[in-house]
Design a protein. Structure first.
Length: 96
């Protein structure tokens, strides 16, 4: 589930950037990209919670350390890519 939601977040982020580049309203796509990023984190947390409930310590030991770094990195990239159009728009408006 988290992978499916994560893919939606990535697609929404690229739609956000495409809409900004083409000069269209990108704010809904930006909100969707950030929202689906948050939902993918919640889904990943649910997966880990399920492993704890069934005491699957091997899965937790194997996956959680590497996933933690990946989730931090991907979340930061998602935030930066989704808010980039706002900063670019402000920069463009200041130079006018």
């Amino acid at each position: 589930m988290w992978l499916f939601i994560g893919i939606i977040a990535i697609v929404a982020t690229f739609i956000n950037l495409f809409l900004y580049i083409t000069g269209k309203d990108y704010k809904l796509a930006m909100a969707l990209g950030l929202s689906f990023t948050a939902l993918s984190l919640c889904a990943e947390y649910t997966l880990i919670t399920n492993w704890v409930e069934v005491k699957d310590w091997a899965a937790i030991e194997d996956v959680v350390p590497s996933m933690e770094k990946a989730l931090w990195f991907l979340t930061i990239v998602s935030i930066l890519l989704n808010i980039a159009p706002i900063f670019l728009e402000r920069k463009r408006n200041k130079s006018k």
